[in-house]
Ligand binder design. Structure first.
Ligand SMILES: NC(=O)c1ccc[n+]([C@@H]2O[C@H](COP(=O)([O-])OP(=O)(O)OC[C@H]3O[C@@H](n4cnc5c(N)ncnc54)[C@H](OP(=O)(O)O)[C@@H]3O)[C@@H](O)[C@H]2O)c1
Length: 254
């Protein structure tokens, strides 16, 4: 037997925002390491494509559409998970939104509310549904995808940064409450990753050069480079890690 196991064999994992970007990379990585992955996002079509690719490669994936900012949609998702699988071992809260880029003093109330709804309430409600299942099983791993903006706010992204700060705070709070039931709760704080979400930052030369200039590795990340931290936290390799924030930013905050 290996001294350290990264295997997710026989584990059921839910990954939100799994139709592209970081969520897709984490879902594919988990499936490669033996988990059955439940993929969610708003649009069924994108999820079906990722599920077909995973199943085609010999993995196990199902796609269930869910709006991460709507409580009835989340409740329906968990009802399906209970009915189809009867358990949940891993939750990756990853689906988030950032509808506004500009000075905080000019953000509209609707953009503020939407950012809070998906990035804070959505993460919280997902945990509120997953945690009792994990407590009953006497084990589980919750991974919240935050951001380095949650540690030090990014200019023009104050409200988004506030939500990521809240994610880090709720991660630590849930970790303290759930540790005695062997449920671990951790966060990952990525730097800039090449996805649709970060397209504006990557395509605007001036912003991109400034960000990359602060990064020890001298480049932004690819989505797969975030998945390794998630695998560590999801598997027995991370069995003594809880309440932690793993920064994966190429050294930009070093
Ligand atoms: N990219 C970066 O530079 C970066 C850096 C730090 C942190 N992050 C964090 O990483 C996470 C993933 O971002 P990403 O860059 O991979 O983004 P992405 O490529 O744009 O993917 C976002 C995923 O979330 C889904 N999604 C969006 N809104 C949703 C909602 N309301 N309900 C359910 N699903 C929703 C999208 O599918 P649908 O559109 O079909 O819903 C998609 O699957 C986010 O938490 C983000 O804050 C990203």
């Amino acid at each position: 037997m290996a001294i350290v196991s990264f295997s997710l064999k026989d584990k059921i994992a839910l990954v939100t925002g799994a139709s592209r970007g970081i969520g897709e990379a984490i879902a594919r990585c988990f499936a490669e390491n033996g988990a059955t992955v439940i993929l969610t996002a708003r649009k069924q079509e994108g999820l079906d494509t990722v599920a077909a690719a995973i199943n085609g490669a010999g993995g196990k994936a199902v796609a269930i559409a869910c709006h991460a900012g709507q409580s009835d949609s989340i409740a329906a998702l968990f009802a399906q998970i209970k009915e189809r699988f009867g358990r949940l071992d891993i939750l990756v809260n990853n689906a988030a939104t950032n509808p506004y880029f500009g000075p905080a003093m000019h953000i509209s109330e609707s953009a503020f509310d939407k950012t809070m709804e998906v990035n804070v309430k959505g993460y919280f409600l997902m945990m509120q549904h997953a945690a009792p299942m994990m407590v009953e099983q006497n084990g589980g791993s919750i991974i919240n995808v935050a951001s380095i903006a949650g540690i030090s706010p990014g200019p023009m992204q104050v409200v988004y940064s506030m939500t990521k700060g809240a994610v880090i705070n709720m991660t630590k709070g849930f970790a303290k409450e759930l540790g005695s039931a062997n449920v671990r709760v951790n966060a990952i704080a990525p730097g800039v990753v090449e996805t649709k979400f970060a397209q504006v930052l990557i395509d605007t030369e001036e912003i991109h050069d400034r960000i990359v200039g602060m990064t020890a590795l001298g480049r932004h990340a690819q989505p797969n480079e975030i998945a390794g931290a998630a695998l560590y936290l999801a598997s027995d390799a991370g069995s003594y890690t809880t309440g932690a924030v793993i920064v994966v930013d190429g050294g930009s905050t070093a």
